[in-house]
Structures are given as C-alpha cells and as structure tokens.
Design a protein around this ligand. Structure first.
Ligand SMILES: [Zn+2]
Length: 394
C-alpha cells in the first residue's frame, strides 16, 4: 500500500481538530499559570525571610543551641515544612482541581492528600540528605564545594534511578509484571534488541488516579524495565501498544537514561558554579573565609531563590537534549515495527483525548516541552513512511 505524503499529512492534520486544540491550549495554560503563581509566591516568601533578617535570627538561635546536625536538620525541616504548606493549595489546584475539571483525575480528595503526604516524606528524606551534604561541603571545602556537591548529585541521581522502579514508584502505584499478553512474544523480541531482560516489562495501575495513557523506561542496570500504564493497555489496539513499547525500548537501545543523567549533571554543575559566583557578590557572609554554619543557614533562602532562577534559565538545554532523545526513540520505534500509521493514530488521539497542544508557541516549547510537539512527531513519522515507500518503489 502506498500513501503519498500529502494525503497522510491531510489525514493527520484533519484529525487534530481545532476545537479540542483550543481546549488543550487552555488546559496547558491554566496549569502553567498556577505553577508560576506558586513559584513567584515562594520566591517572595523566601526573599522576605532573608531581607527581614528573620533567617539570620533563626540561624543564630539554632546554632547557639545545637551543633552541626541539630541546627542543620531543624533549619532544613523548618524551611521544608513551611514551603510545602505554602505551596499545597497551588498543588491542589494544579494536580487535582484542574485535572478533575478536564476529566483526567480519578482520585478522591483524600486519595490525593495521601499521595501529597507520601511525596512530602520522600522529598524530605531525599532533599534532607542533599541539604546536609551541601551544608557540610560549603564549610569543609569552601572553594571547591560546588564541584563536590556536583559529584554528590551524580551519585544521588544514579542511586535514585536504580531505586525508582523498585522502591519509589511502588509507593504510589501498584506494579506487576506483564503476563499472558497477546503481544508477549513480539515484545520480548524488542526487549532483547534494546538490551533489556525478557521479563523487563511491567503494568502499572495508573487508572486508580488518572485516565491518561502513558509508558516509560525506568530504572538503571538490574532494575531497568519498561512500564506501561494499565489505561494504555486497556484502551489501545495491539498495534498501538506495540509501537509505544518499541519507543520505550528505543530509549534503552540508545542508552538515553545515561545521556540525560550526564547532561543534567553538567548543567547542575554549571548552575551551582554560577550560584557560587553570584552569592559571593550578593552577600559577603557567603565569602569562603566567612562561611560559618550560622552564615550558611542565614543566606540559605537567598541561595534557593538564585538557584531556582539559574535552573529555570538552563532548563531549555535539558529539554532540548530530551527532545532529541525522543526523536531517536520515535525513529527506533518506526524502524522496529514499520507501523507509522499506528504511531500517528496514537499521537492524534493524545492531542484530542489527553489535551496535548500539538502546535505550541516556540517559547513554550523551549521552556516546557520534554517531547517534541505532536505535530512534529507526526511529521517525523510521515517523513519516515514516505522515504520507506520511496525505497520500496525503487
Ligand atoms: Zn520517550
């Protein structure tokens, strides 16, 4: 069967209908606005704590009473709990109310709250370890602390990457190995191609929380596996499931987890190197010879704000790398399955049912899109189909 590019484009374009795309833009915009409001509010709060001298007062009170561990842990806990409480209403709006309004969330408010608390405890432990290590390095290695913290970051990300599918994800979702699926044999062939174990495919009980359909490659080394949302398995045709699995296997084949870990580590290192330069100029208490624990805790709110701004400015680079990986995985899926129509069908449906904005503004793409917009992914599949058909015709 030969389809010309024009007819395929028209078919795909016609299916991305303007009314749901308007709704998609509105949905995405509303979520971004809430997220921005939350960030701006937190930055104002942290700056107020810093400028008013409250952070200095608290830091002095704690360090005059306790040593490194007592002061560091109690100060971190205080900042953590207050910021989490302040942002909770914004999170509720973004992750629950808006998701309900657009028909995605299948959770009860209690269920959502339970997840929020679980997330708090998890973040408290992970960020707590990171914070204590940073406080220690700032004092112990005053000139090269950023390098040591950068290396610590890589180590933490690798450990968390390994634990994610076996220890972290199961806190929030039920996971079970995919068994007796009609596609089992085909899927196992892909897995081998992508350097994954034959048992490396799992079904995740996403339907308890959302109607959205998705899949991911998670874990590192021994824990590496493809995870499929039960919503995807339930609602998609076998061909569509096959191309989605092939896409995830493509990430494994190209070792994208490592690409992302190292590119993000490099950017993190750049961010904290610049943070060091900026902080010395903003507050003399941050200078290496002044850096007592009291001074570190006193300037911490300012450090957090400056770091967030730097991280936001560097985000387009991370996203650019991620979009490149996604294109490679798409190409892998096309070559492994030779089913461009199934991929296109899936994406057209994502634009309609999951309210993905297929044609975002270039700035929105730059700062928010970890995947290419669906219009570009469809165009890639069309180009691939066209060149395959041309090769066959020869
Ligand atoms: Zn992907």
């Amino acid at each position: 069967m030969f389809m010309t590019r024009a007819s395929l484009t028209l078919a795909a374009e016609a299916s991305i209908d303007p009314t749901t795309q308007e709704r998609a833009k509105q949905y995405q915009r509303r979520k971004r606005v809430v997220s921005w409001a939350s960030s701006v509010m937190l930055a104002i709060f942290l700056l107020a704590v810093y400028v008013s001298g409250l952070s200095t007062t608290i830091a002095e009170a704690l360090t005059s009473r306790w040593g490194f561990w007592g002061s560091s842990i109690s100060y971190f806990a205080l900042i953590f709990i207050v910021t989490m409480l302040l942002r909770a209403p914004f999170d509720y709006k973004e992750d629950f109310l808006i998701e309900k309004e657009y028909g995605f969330s299948t959770q009860t408010p209690q269920g959502w709250l339970k997840d929020l608390f679980k997330g708090w405890i998890l973040n408290f432990l992970i960020l707590g370890i990171a914070a204590l290590f940073t406080f220690w390095a700032l004092q112990a290695i005053p000139k090269l602390w950023w390098l040591v913290v950068g290396l610590g970051y890589v180590l933490l990300v690798i450990v968390l990457g390994q634990l994610f599918p076996v220890l972290i994800l199961p806190i929030f979702y039920k996971l079970k190995p995919l068994e007796n699926h009609p596609l089992q044999e085909k899927i196992e062939q892909f897995l081998k191609k992508g350097g994954l174990r034959a048992q490396g495919i799992y079904e995740m009980g996403a339907s308890e929380k959302t109607t959205k359909e998705n899949a991911m490659l998670a874990g590192l080394g021994q824990t590496k596996r493809v995870i499929l949302f039960d919503t995807l398995l339930r609602n998609r045709t076998p061909d569509e499931v096959e191309v989605v699995v092939a896409h995830e296997v493509g990430h494994s084949y190209h070792r994208h987890t490592w690409t992302l870990i190292f590119s993000q580590a490099l950017l993190f290192l750049i961010a904290i190197f610049v943070l060091d330069l900026v902080m010395v100029r903003l507050d003399p208490r941050f200078a290496p010879e002044q850096r007592t624990l009291t001074n570190i805790l006193a300037v911490l709110p300012l450090m957090l704000v400056v770091f967030s701004v730097l991280a936001f400015l560097l985000k387009p680079i991370t996203l650019f790398v991620s979009r490149r990986c996604e294109r490679q995985a798409d190409t892998f899926a096309l070559e492994a399955t030779e089913k461009p129509q199934a991929l296109i069908r899936f994406w057209v449906d994502m634009a309609r049912k999951q309210l993905s904005d297929a044609y975002p503004h270039p700035l929105i793409k730059l700062f928010y899109y970890s995947h290419p917009p669906l219009s570009e992914r469809i165009a890639l599949a069309e180009r691939w189909a066209q060149s395959r058909d041309r090769a066959r015709a020869l």
